[in-house]
Design a binder for this molecule. Structure first.
Ligand code: SF4
Length: 507
């Protein structure tokens, strides 16, 4: 347990302080009052005008008394961004001294570190200037700096031929899966239980798409005149829909949406047990170019532990079946740090993946999400998850080497809270198999409209036409669909009204 005691105006930086302390001490709960049983105490306060101090105390486990302390000073000014970075640097130094650890990401705790590089590229800085800035402000390691700079430069090249600022992307969420995975925090319902209402769900998707299409034809609407560039059908597992409904979904997309300018059409076929030759034929028939078949691990005991209810052989069968059907852009997702897995399990998974040779590989570090069973049944799982977390950095490094060995390059990256080993998720792909949607959505480079239960829409509003590759220059407005699938269907008309107002208000 870590106690956080903030005074004299430092309270408004509580979130930043907590996030950084969390990165040093993953999984530990926080309290905001003095507690004898707390292991660490973080205290920030003013010592004199403008001069502040952050004090970190390691406590004696039995008495709660002071065991070791480290103190670092910082100044507060009028600029909130400067203040954040000064506080985080001081806290970083204190925690580094106390724990003897350094964090490869330094003081960076945000979800989109690549954006920071993009902003500097847009300002015309070269790699040396970017490196100096990132190291002095965020204390980032060379390894992570090189990774995000490489990704930012690649994204710049990949997008150079795409007029993405005058385009938009569509996300369709199909909120059903064969079973619910242990770590799942997405909107996902067991398909068998909802079989009787799938038609109703697809009707709601149709209504949403119809509304959006109307907006694209409406002069003055922010979608007016913009071309749909990428379509991503995710969830959930879209291919868990029975064949007749998967076909109906495809027909709805084409009937309600102008697909003529779409450069990329992706469907998550995440769970191998959800695929059949007939479903793959349907996806081919409707020009789906990229699918994901996600093993997460190639260890049978772990698949059972995480509630996937399919076998390693199912993964291989599904992959070969998709290849036979002509899919030449297959992604596979892996998770590093799964409960009970050690380095040798990861090595085994990667060897199996190399043999399959997918076209892209997304290497995730396990994130313990609030709503996931991994968290709600935490007492059963947290120790195994944390133990693996200590090895997570080596695991993600092995994932990186595997991807590079298959001729892939890193092309997008994001971080989440509570990730094993304070790592990151990285998408790797062959140079010609990069997924545009992932870049555009993750870096918030253009508007993505989501339909379906649990989907979110992000409207990106350009502030400056000259800010060509500068996501951070943009204003992002969000709209969330209901997560509860029953509520989504029963309140669809209300949702449509609100969504229409949201879209109109942007113009
Ligand atoms: S396949 Fe994905 S969406 Fe479905 S339950 Fe597992 S983690 Fe959740």
């Amino acid at each position: 347990m870590i106690e956080i005691l903030l005074k004299d105006g430092t309270q408004s930086y509580e979130q930043d302080i907590r996030e950084l302390a969390m990165a040093f001490c993953p999984g530990e709960p926080f309290v905001y009052e003095e507690k004898t049983e707390a292991r660490l105490s973080v205290r920030a306060r003013r010592v004199e005008d403008g001069d502040f101090t952050i004090l970190v105390i390691e406590k004696d486990a039995d008495t709660g008394g002071e065991k070791r302390r480290f103190e670092a000073g910082f100044k507060l000014t009028e600029d909130r961004r400067d203040n954040k970075s000064a506080i985080k640097k001081a806290l970083y130094e204190a925690l580094k001294e106390l724990t003897g650890r350094e964090l490869p990401w330094g003081t960076l705790t945000g979800i989109r570190p690549v954006k920071l590089i993009e902003r500097q590229i847009a300002e015309g800085k070269d790699d040396r200037e970017i490196g100096e800035h990132m190291k002095s402000v965020y204390l980032i390691s060379d390894e992570k700096l090189n990774l995000i700079t490489d990704i930012a430069r690649r994204q710049e090249r990949v997008l150079s031929g795409l007029d993405y600022k005058n385009g938009w992307s569509l996300y369709i969420g199909i909120a059903f899966c064969p079973t619910t995975c242990l770590y799942c925090s997405f909107t996902s319902y067991p398909i068998e239980k909802w079989r009787g209402r799938l038609k109703e769900y697809l009707d709601c998707i149709r209504k949403e798409l119809r509304l959006i299409s109307r907006c694209t034809r409406e002069e003055g609407n922010p979608l007016f005149g913009r071309r749909l560039q990428t379509v991503y059908v995710g969830g959930g597992t879209p291919t868990s829909l029975p064949e007749e409904y998967l076909r109906e979904l495809m027909e709805i997309i084409y009937e309600e949406t102008d697909m003529s300018s779409v450069a990329e059409f992706t469907v998550e076929a995440g769970r191998p047990d959800s695929l059949s030759p007939e479903k793959l034929d349907i996806l081919r028939e409707f020009n789906v170019g990229r699918i994901s078949i996600n093993p997460q691990t190639m260890n049978q005991k772990t698949l059972e532990l995480i509630g996937r209810r399919h076998s390693v052989e199912d993964v291989k069968r599904a992959f070969h079946m998709a290849r036979k059907k002509g899919f030449d852009n297959i992604n596979m997702d892996l998770i590093m740090g799964l409960p009970g897995e050690d380095i040798s399990d990861v090595r085994h998974t990667l060897k199996e993946i190399e043999e399959l040779s997918p076209d892209s590989l997304t290497v995730h570090a396990l994130a313990i999400k609030r709503a996931a069973r991994l968290n709600t049944e935490r007492d059963n799982w947290v120790n195994v998850a944390r133990a693996a977390g200590e090895e997570a950095s080596l695991m993600t490094e092995l994932g990186r080497q595997c991807a590079l060995g298959m001729g892939m390059v890193p092309y997008y990256l994001y971080r989440q809270k509570n990730m094993a080993g304070n790592q990151e998720n990285v998408g790797y792909a062959g140079e010609d198999k990069v997924n545009l949607y992932n870049i555009l959505m993750m870096e918030e480079l253009h508007t993505v409209i989501g339909v379906g239960a649990g989907s979110s829409s992000k409207a990106v509003i350009e502030n400056d036409d000259k800010a060509v590759f500068s996501g951070n220059e943009n204003r992002v407005e969000r709209f969330e669909n209901m997560k509860n699938v029953s509520e989504y269907m029963s309140r669809i008309d209300e949702l449509l009204d609100k969504k229409e107002s949201f879209l109109r208000a942007l113009s």
